[in-house]
Design a protein around this ligand. Structure first.
Ligand code: ZN
Length: 252
């Protein structure tokens, strides 16, 4: 009983304890677009929208989902991963088997992530995936601590803007779904990020005329990307993390 209560509390409040607090100060703010799980439409339609606006995105890829079809539609294959990488998008890490980090022990997680890491490197000519997103947004305190060491950043699904000091073990991110605009419209989120020299991250899954509940239409993504690109910097997670590590990211 005690153990289960403790597990429950860890799961519930793990998100609240920063494991990797770091400053975010990007003059004029920066926006990132991320795709979880990599349905084919995330590149064929979503990637095309980003590229048309001269920007690139981050694809959190779980290799065990390759060549499958599920609620998000047909998923990526190896050629999609290579193509996204060649076109300048970031291939980032999810777990290999899309494990929920809030419900998996750390040793199993790290082994699973090592499999994903090796597979992604093989597909991208040795490029090392340095950023991670928690499948389902599932987090435990122990997973958060372990992955904070393992990756430069881990992205969660807690909404809001990363500004001032942000937890790079659980970066805030906002969904772009058709069914629900969330608590704050995308324009407000982008404006707030720009005004606070912060980092506004968006995520979605499939991008299709009739999207899943976890995806959006091309028109909706187009609207968010167009506004973000018209108002300032838009970069993959990889480039924001690297930029923030420099003394004056906006000036360099
Ligand atoms: Zn996922």
């Amino acid at each position: 009983m005690r153990a289960s209560l403790s597990t429950h509390l860890a799961r519930k409040f793990g998100r609240l304890l920063p494991a990797k607090p770091l400053p975010v100060k990007w003059k004029g703010g920066v926006v990132s677009f991320t795709f979880d799980d990599f349905p084919k439409t995330a590149l064929a339609i979503g990637g095309e929208i980003l590229e048309r606006h001269g920007v690139r995105g981050t694809y959190y890829t779980a290799l065990d989902l390759a060549n499958t079809t599920g609620s998000l539609g047909p998923m990526f294959d190896n050629r999609d991963v290579r193509a996204a990488h060649k076109r300048g998008h970031e291939i980032a890490c999810h777990t290999f088997r899309h494990l929920d980090c809030g419900r998996t022990d750390v040793d199993t997680l790290l082994k699973d992530i090592a499999d994903n890491d090796a597979g992604l490197r093989a597909l991208t000519g040795g490029s090392v995936p340095v950023n991670f997103a928690f499948p389902f947004g599932g987090i435990s305190i122990s997973a958060k601590r372990a992955l904070a060491h393992r990756f430069q950043s881990c992205r969660g699904i807690g909404c809001g803007v990363n500004a001032g000091t942000a937890d790079f073990a659980d970066l805030r991110a906002n969904h772009v779904y058709d069914a629900d605009d969330g608590d704050e419209s995308f324009r407000q989120l982008i404006d707030r990020g720009r005004a606070s020299d912060g980092w506004t991250i968006f995520y979605t899954h499939d991008v299709a005329p009739r999207p899943s509940p976890f995806g959006c239409t091309p028109a909706r993504l187009e609207a968010v990307v167009a506004y973000a690109a018209a108002t300032g910097a838009v970069l993959p997670v990889r480039d924001v993390v690297a930029g923030l590590a420099r003394p004056n990211p906006a000036l360099s």
